[in-house]
Design a protein around this ligand. Structure first.
Ligand code: PEP
Ligand code: MN
Length: 320
């Protein structure tokens, strides 16, 4: 928004008032007037309130960058499980990769008993190395669906290729877009056309506005809702796998009132930090957590060092 103050008024007083209201502003001036541009990601305020400030001549509201995200329902309902602001935080858990039918069935039963309501697991895996396990593909989707149904759980899994989108959407309740694909706009469009709620992971170097714009792509192309997932962004310190951006979580939850969840597993890359990061995520306003778990992390085909055992996961479930 652009706030205009005529030269005949006290622009300094208006500037003070804008800053006092928590707004991020940039000042421009010419001979006749002073203008303040309010940054899009600054605290939300309605134009009428700004017009009411003593000395303000006019307020211009530019076209919204992501209008559908702005008016998306604040709570997403997936098989009766509600995810969003004001709801009890949801726990999503499962293995990094679906390794076998027996693995996902047994794990789903234990996780469900521990309080997990949405089962996660990768059938198609975005691995950095082409030599690493790439997932079992279609058959793993079916194993996972059966396991989720047996336990009355919903299911979320990642789609990596447009040609897999129809089957992923037929079998999953939520279609996940991985961090590496947040910017793959043609994949976003095809996945969105399947008309399932989507779980959109933040690109590892994406700004918040780019993330919201990717959410807009999903909504424009048919997704009924988007759940945003913060999973850590690239930092310079290798002590953790990524940097968990809880400021982004608070911003989406508080300022935008959007359903945002946190994946502490891919953020930390190590299991010892996950309980603390989970508590911090909930304190920052996360509507839920997505945490990787494995019966025997030492033998996991992917991401073993960050997988929690069922007992460790249960402790997180207890504090939710
Ligand atoms: C995942 O959740 O399985 C995954 C690969 O995560 P990310 O896209 O965040 O790396
Ligand atoms: Mn993983």
């Amino acid at each position: 928004m652009i706030v205009t103050v005529s030269r005949t008024k006290d622009a300094k007083a208006v500037e003070r008032e804008l800053i006092a209201r928590g707004l991020w502003i940039e000042r421009f001036e010419d001979r006749d007037r002073v203008q303040f541009a309010i940054a899009p990601s600054s605290q939300s305020i309605d134009p009428e309130t700004l017009r009411g400030i003593e000395g303000v001549e006019s307020v211009t509201v530019p076209k919204a960058a992501h209008p559908l995200v702005d008016k998306m329902p604040r709570v997403v309902n997936v098989r009766g499980k509600k995810i969003g602001v004001g709801e009890k935080p949801i726990l999503i858990s499962g293995p990094c990769s679906v390794e076998s039918e027996a693995q996902i069935r047994d794990l789903a039963k234990k996780l469900s008993a521990a309080g997990v309501s949405i089962l996660r697991g990768g059938a198609f895996k975005p691995r950095t190395s082409p030599y690493a396990f790439q997932g079992h593909g279609d058959v793993a989707l079916r194993w996972m669906r059966r396991a989720a149904d047996e336990c009355g759980m919903a299911m979320v899994t990642e789609v990596m290729a447009a040609e897999d989108a129809p089957l992923v959407a037929e079998l999953a309740d939520i279609v996940q877009i991985g961090s590496r694909n947040m910017h793959s706009y043609s994949l976003l469009k095809t996945a969105a056309k399947q008309k399932r709620p989507m779980l959109l992971k933040r690109g590892m170097a994406a700004t918040i506005e780019e993330w919201l714009a990717a959410g807009e792509y999903c909504l424009v192309h048919g997704a009924p809702a988007v759940i945003f997932c913060e999973r850590g962004i690239r930092g310079f310190d290798p002590s953790t796998r990524n940097v968990l951006d809880l400021g982004a979580v608070a911003l989406l939850a508080e300022a935008h009132e959007l359903p945002v969840i946190v994946d502490p597993s891919h953020a930390a890359g190590r299991r010892d930090l996950i309980p603390a990061l989970s508590r911090a995520a909930l304190a920052a306003g996360a509507a839920g957590l997505m945490v990787e778990a494995h019966e025997d992390p030492g033998s996991a085909l992917s991401d073993g060092p960050q997988a929690l055992t069922v007992a460790q996961l249960s402790k997180i479930a207890e504090v939710m």
